[in-house]
Design a protein around this ligand. Structure first.
Ligand code: AMP
Ligand code: MG
Length: 419
């Protein structure tokens, strides 16, 4: 066991072998989840002009300095300014303009009175034609409900830094600034194929000795979830030539990363490693973990390759632990830490001393997480992974954990309750 690499050592070794894909220009609306390779500097102020934060009346605050419910200030409404319109005239003493949210502030006005603080609202005339006068029942202060030019962003300000992974709100801000293209790192093209004579595609009826290929679809879905551009190739049989053919196809498809399933262990028909070694390099095989020990990493004609074990849970865990960080690095994303929390064990756990990723169900009670195992932990059993909402991590060297002990849990879903 001691000659096997630890999970951490294997991760570091693998990551040292891959480099971030060179940045290119993308239309901003396709750049979501991509990592910026440039600073974005605001070319305009936001808001670009002073505007109203309320539907109401633009006034001179001095004109309403003694307004009250019993003694309203009566102002003459001389303009009606809707969002998107241009200012037609200034406001002078005793005057007001009806104004809508987002509309430009007329010169002379220094405050907005929300319609709710006028007689127009109590008369239920908020949607009616421009009134001749308005009664203001509140005092105000200069600047009230006015959104000054540049309140949000000043022209010349750096609003997004290189290395930022673009979020939905970032894309919105780019739009607001009129930025239509950005320099980002592309998402890697991940080509996936399963190997195994026992495999049939999901649409094919089972025949004796056969099972459906599920790994291609689990792994493709994971790769998509973590921003891979995915292509799934047809199943390869357990023959060297067939496996080699798939690797060649992956290169033709311009794979940035190749992920294979099965045929990477010590079975007589396990040829994936042999094929990789013939046309590339095997850099790592087997890691001191459970499940997923026979994971392989290397390169095929220069393209990075993962050979994941065939057992469905092993390949899933191997993908999360090793492939996701590689996708992130290719995509230029900072490798974040796993979404790990601490949970209290509700049942005792036995382990074999390898770093173990057990399927667990974590629930929150009184602000604390509690974990129990989710069904049978056999690495071929996908259903317990479906029932789990977390992987419970038993560190290497630990063989048992008793009830009440704390352990790290790695959430699989965005929302704990949404499981
Ligand atoms: P292997 O890694 O080839 O020794 O396969 C280990 C186990 O995983 C065997 O029980 C296989 O039948 C199963 N297996 C291999 N490939 C897949 C796949 N694509 N989908 C589901 N199970 C698979
Ligand atoms: Mg096999």
């Amino acid at each position: 066991v001691s000659e096997l690499l630890s999970v951490r050592e294997a991760q570091d070794k693998i990551l040292a072998e891959v480099s971030t894909l060179p940045a290119t220009i993308y239309p901003f609306e396709q750049a979501i989840n991509h990592v910026l390779a440039e600073e974005i500097i605001a070319g305009i102020n936001l808001p670009p002009f002073p505007n109203s934060g309320m539907d109401g009346f633009a006034v001179r605050s001095a004109d309403v300095s003694s307004a009250s419910r019993n003694h309203p200030a009566v102002l003459k409404v001389v303009a009606d300014i809707s969002a998107g319109s241009q200012i037609s005239r200034a406001i002078t003493i005793g005057e007001a303009a009806r104004i809508m949210t987002g509309a430009p502030i007329p010169p002379g006005a220094d405050a907005i009175i929300p319609v709710e603080e006028t007689n127009v609202f109590s008369l239920n005339q908020a949607n009616a034609a421009t009134p001749e006068t308005v009664e203001i029942i509140q005092t105000t202060a200069p600047g009230k409900y006015i959104r000054p030019e540049g309140q949000d962003i000043h022209q010349g300000e750096t609003i997004l830094h290189a290395g930022r992974r673009l979020q939905p709100q970032d894309v919105g801000l780019l739009a607001a600034l009129g930025v239509t293209t950005v320099r980002v790192h592309p998402h890697p093209k991940v080509v996936i194929f399963s190997t195994g004579d026992e495999l049939l595609e999901p649409a094919e009826p089972l025949t004796p000795g056969k099972i459906h290929n599920s790994n291609s679809y689990t792994l493709a879905s994971l790769a998509r979830k973590y921003c891979g551009e995915v292509l799934v190739l047809p199943i390869a049989s357990d023959r060297e030539e067939d496996i080699r053919l798939r690797f060649e196809q992956a290169l033709q498809e311009k794979a940035d990363l190749i992920v294979t399933s099965a045929g990477v262990s010590v079975g007589v028909h396990d040829y994936v490693r042999k094929v990789v070694e013939e046309s590339g390099q095997l850099k790592l095989w087997r890691v001191n973990m459970r499940p997923g020990k026979p994971v392989a990493f290397g390169s095929y004609r220069g393209t990075p390759v993962f050979g994941l074990p065939g057992n469905p849970v092993s390949s899933y865990v191997g993908f999360l632990v090793f492939v996701v960080p590689v996708i992130m690095k290719l995509a230029g994303a900072p490798i974040g830490s796993k979404p790990v929390a601490t949970a209290i064990l509700e049942e005792p756990i036995e382990s074999d001393g390898r770093e173990s990723y057990l399927r667990a169900i974590v629930a929150q009670k009184d602000g604390q997480y509690f974990a129990r195992l989710a069904g049978h932990q056999g690495s071929g059993n996908l259903f317990s992974l479906v029932q789990a909402n977390a992987l419970l991590i038993v560190p290497s060297g630990v063989k048992s954990l008793s009830v009440g002990t704390k352990a790290d849990v790695w959430f699989l879903n965005d929302y704990l309750q949404g499981n």
